[in-house]
Design a protein around this ligand. Sequence first.
Ligand SMILES: C[S@@+](CC[C@H](N)C(=O)[O-])C[C@H]1O[C@@H](n2cnc3c(N)ncnc32)[C@H](O)[C@@H]1O
Length: 213
Amino acid sequence: MGDTPQDWSEANRRWWDERVPIHLASDFYDVEGFRAGRSSLLDFEVAELGPVSGRSLVHLQCHVGLDTLSWARLGALVTGLDFSAPAVKAARELASSIGQPATFVAGDVYQAPALLRERYDIVYTGKGALCWLPDLEAWADVVVTLLRPGGALYVLEFHPFTDVFGDEDLTVGTRYFHTSQPLVWDTPGSYVDREAATTHNRTNEWGIPWGRW
Ligand SMILES: C[S@@+](CC[C@H](N)C(=O)[O-])C[C@H]1O[C@@H](n2cnc3c(N)ncnc32)[C@H](O)[C@@H]1O
């Protein structure tokens, strides 16, 4: 595996592609419960964003579409984008199985304006999305391009400070600010199942951009 931004992205995409079936079968994502009507959104997200009925919403890094389709159930006109083709395929199948209109597009978040060619009332993202992105300023440019004038960005994200500590205790395990190089992990399984058998285990992630925040 090489050491360019393209190599980092490819490794990450392989990691996600391989986890899609594991996630679809997991209690963590509870797809059957979702099909039966469960929302994957947290109450405070729905309260903070307010009524979405009839508003267009694009979900960046939508994974298998649970959050996207939860917004659709509340009346939003949704589009989800993710660079994992198996995730997008699963999201389309899920939308069709619950009879919920939705558009799902496969592609890199940095290519979203070119791929989507639309502007939206709401850009939504979160819960483990931003750590995969090497350039938050370029991501912010993407968001600005995707939003209609007066539109809203809603981000629900884990604070990167939590990544500084090890899994077992509060020993400092990794640096807080990132450099031009990613934080490289090589861990089998997934956060939904640490024992899951996997072969693509290397990821490249980012914390707080040094000197910008
Ligand atoms: C933890 S999920 C976040 C979605 C949602 N919170 C969830 O848990 O279902 C992260 C998603 O980001 C996607 N992703 C990572 N880097 C990406 C990129 N550069 N462009 C598009 N999608 C990307 C992955 O494929 C994955 O589906």
